[in-house]
Design a protein around this ligand. Structure first.
Ligand code: HEM
Length: 507
């Protein structure tokens, strides 16, 4: 009986593989792995975590354009610069939608109404216009420069004060969370929510800080897992709804927090002086209330908070981990900062143009560990990619990680070598490097991210020596969620650089 089932299954697999092959040929669909999709799960059984690595392996084996059936979704996986370029330039409008029916989009993205999850159309265009022109424009980012500089100074001062003559162990992720969340929240609302142990707080401030930190932790947690229910809706019906309940509760908490914050700022608003992001939007609301609704303001602010912090924190933590594993790179960066900035003043955002090696370190970090390893889009019409027919409603995953770590494109891709970017000016170099995506849905926060990451990393390098806690190299495994975070957070040894002691003691 056992032998019968074995041969029956084998025949079934062979017949479905052959039928699949000829059906695809007939419809001119993109190629697919020769192992056929199974009922309900499709090709899911071929995939492991992290998804970007698993998809890169499939592409290396079967080709850079693959059409997979992942659970209930038809997914086009693109892993070559030329196919990525075709999707994000010639077919950019067609692929300008985000995938439908994502748990995060429904529950954290205001039912697909927020900038990240809204389908391409008038509403998305309006959100994108307001965000890029009013909130993240170069002019606005320059206005907020003193906030970022102040937060970086506070982080450096805190680190210096924790030093008692010997190198100290630093929980790098926690330090970067404090820095980034405080900087972004001060730009958003003028308020900080992460304090040092010497800060004296009222009970109300303590309660708000606690509430805020809890929300941030839960959001980061939601971003660190991939939701399998996005591909297997059956699991959603069968009781994975526990996750849905968590997301509903989290969204209610974040929305309420932001509602109270917007209300508080509205009540204390003056028309003059420097304004935070919420004040900018509330002033616009006064002239165009039907466009700048309260819900839109909350949605944009929560988008900036979630999209703008986790990604920068991940990038900074990867960069620091790479530096402690590669002391010669750290030394070269020290030398560059010594000669262009010196030790009488702190690094500033305007120094970045004179610190090309630091810029190369950031590019190389984003190449090896892009915070968004897969760019998720969806086609709104039938189109052609690499000569194949791609039906409407197909989810597109551009595997940025796969392209940026492909040994046929990048020599020795697993080696951290910032020098490979020396003399290379732009990101869009033949679509080999896409850490911020490309086209209509590309990252609107790139400028802010590069300022924040450059300033923080430059300052940490300028002021301190960094090392590992043991001889063993720092673990470089990456996460399993939407964003590429480190699996094990970095703990590093830190002590002030002797030439910086004078300046550090004055901060
Ligand atoms: C190192 C930091 C960052 C990285 C690596 C990064 C990367 C990305 C990537 C890969 C995408 C998707 C692009 C695509 O689908 O084609 C994206 C979208 C987005 N990013 Fe970033 N990002 C960073 C920082 C920021 C910051 C600081 C903000 C805001 C202040 C931000 C806001 C957004 C938003 C709103 C979207 C969605 C845009 C849309 O769908 O229209 N990001 N980002």
């Amino acid at each position: 009986m056992g032998a019968f089932y074995f041969y029956f299954s084998l025949t079934f697999l062979a017949i479905s593989a052959i039928t699949n092959y000829f059906l695809r040929k007939f419809q001119n669909l993109p190629p697919t792995p020769w192992l056929p999709p199974l009922p309900i799960i499709g090709h899911l059984y071929l995939l492991k975590r992290p998804l970007h690595k698993s998809l890169a392996k499939i592409s290396a084996r079967y080709g850079p354009v693959q059409l997979l059936q992942i659970g209930s979704r038809r997914v086009l996986v693109v892993s070559s610069p030329s196919a990525a370029e075709e999707c994000l330039t010639k077919n950019d409008i067609i692929f300008a939608n985000r995938p439908r029916q994502l748990l995060a989009g429904k529950y954290l993205g205001y039912n697909y109404d927020s900038l990240v999850y809204a389908p391409y159309g008038d509403h998305w265009r309006n959100l994108r216009r307001v965000t890029t022109l009013e909130i993240l424009s170069s002019h606005r980012l320059r206005e907020f420069e003193p906030i970022r500089a102040d937060e970086v100074r506070l982080m450096i001062r805190k680190l210096y004060r924790s030093w008692s003559g010997e190198a100290v162990e630093v929980q790098v992720n926690a330090m970067l969370v404090d820095l980034t969340l405080n900087a972004v929240m001060r730009m958003v609302s003028g308020k900080r929510y992460y304090y040092g142990k010497d800060d004296i707080l009222t009970d109300e401030e303590k309660e708000k800080a606690h509430r805020f930190q809890e929300i941030v932790e839960e959001v980061f947690c939601a971003m660190s897992v991939s939701h399998i229910g996005d591909y297997l809706p059956i699991l959603r019906w069968l009781g994975v709804s526990k996750l849905e309940k968590q997301l509903i509760a989290l969204q209610a908490k974040r929305d309420l927090f932001m509602k109270e914050l917007v209300e508080e700022i509205r009540c204390s608003m003056k028309n003059s002086g420097k304004r935070n992001m919420i004040q900018v939007l509330l002033s616009l609301q006064q002239t165009e209330p039907e466009c700048y609704t309260d819900e839109m303001i909350r949605s944009i602010m929560l988008t900036i908070l979630a999209g703008g912090t986790h990604t920068s924190i991940c990038t900074l933590e990867w960069a620091m981990s790479l530096l402690v594993n590669n002391p010669s790179v750290l030394k070269k960066a020290h030398n560059e900062i010594n000669s262009h900035v010196g030790h009488d003043r702190c690094v500033e955002e305007s120094d970045m143009v004179n610190l090309p090696y630091l810029a190369c370190i950031i590019k190389e970090t984003l190449r090896m560990y892009p915070a968004g390893p897969l760019l998720p889009h969806e086609s709104s019409k039938d189109c052609m990619v690499s000569g194949y027919h791609v039906p409407r409603g197909t989810m597109l995953l551009v595997n940025a990680w796969g392209i940026q770590n492909d040994p046929n494109i990048w020599g020795d891709p697993e080696t951290f070598r910032p020098e490979r970017f020396e003399g290379v000016e732009v990101y869009g170099d033949g679509f080999k490097l896409l850490p911020f995506g490309f086209g209509r849905r590309s990252c609107p926060g790139e400028n802010m991210a590069m300022r924040m990451v450059g300033l923080a990393l430059g300052s940490l390098i300028q002021c301190f020596e960094w090392g590992r806690t043991s001889k063993a190299k720092v673990d470089m495994n990456g996460g399993t969620g939407i964003a590429l975070a480190k699996t094990i957070h970095l703990v590093a040894m830190c002590q002030p650089r002797p030439i910086m002691l004078n300046l550090l003691s004055q901060l």
